[in-house]
Design a protein around this ligand. Structure first.
Ligand SMILES: [Zn+2]
Ligand SMILES: [Zn+2]
Length: 152
């Protein structure tokens, strides 16, 4: 996703866009739905402050019952782009700050958006909060009903 900076004068802008997983180089096996991006840009040169909100649905494997399920993915992150050079002697460790060339016309957010989504995708997934998981004895899915082991 590219932001054409001359389109946005100083001030606050709300940018909404639906992106396809392929546009963000995301695995189409995992990310099966369009990604809704709601971006607030607060431009006050040389600062371009972004509040980025991403929403989509992805395929995942339930942590308890191992079945495939669709999970909602929400990512929220601030990003700060600064036109100019990093201050001397300052090791650029802050991952939330990106320095761009003064006079940059097009800001490419693709890599950052992809990283945010992958980050919020990682971790545990459940098909439902009430997922009963697998029987420790016979391995059958307890969501499909009790197995014979539980009769004893
Ligand atoms: Zn489950
Ligand atoms: Zn069982």
């Amino acid at each position: 996703m590219k932001i054409h900076l001359p389109t946005y004068p100083q001030g606050i802008h709300d940018i909404q866009q639906d992106l396809l997983p392929a546009e963000l180089d995301l695995d189409p096996q995992l990310f099966t739905h369009p990604i809704h991006a709601a971006i607030r840009l607060d431009r006050h040169d040389p600062y371009f402050e972004f509040r980025i909100k991403l929403e989509t649905t992805a395929n995942a494997e339930c942590d308890r019952c191992l079945s495939e399920c669709a999970v909602p993915i929400q990512a929220q992150a601030p990003m700060l782009y600064v036109a100019g050079h990093p201050p001397k002697g300052d090791t650029v460790d802050d991952e939330g700050i990106v320095y761009i060339k003064p006079g940059t016309i097009e800001l490419d957010l693709t890599a950052d958006l992809r990283d945010f989504l992958i980050l919020s995708y990682s971790g545990k997934h459940l098909c439902s909060e009430e997922c009963k998981g697998l029987c420790a004895t016979c391995g059958s899915n307890q969501n499909d009903g009790p197995c014979n082991c539980s009769n004893s």
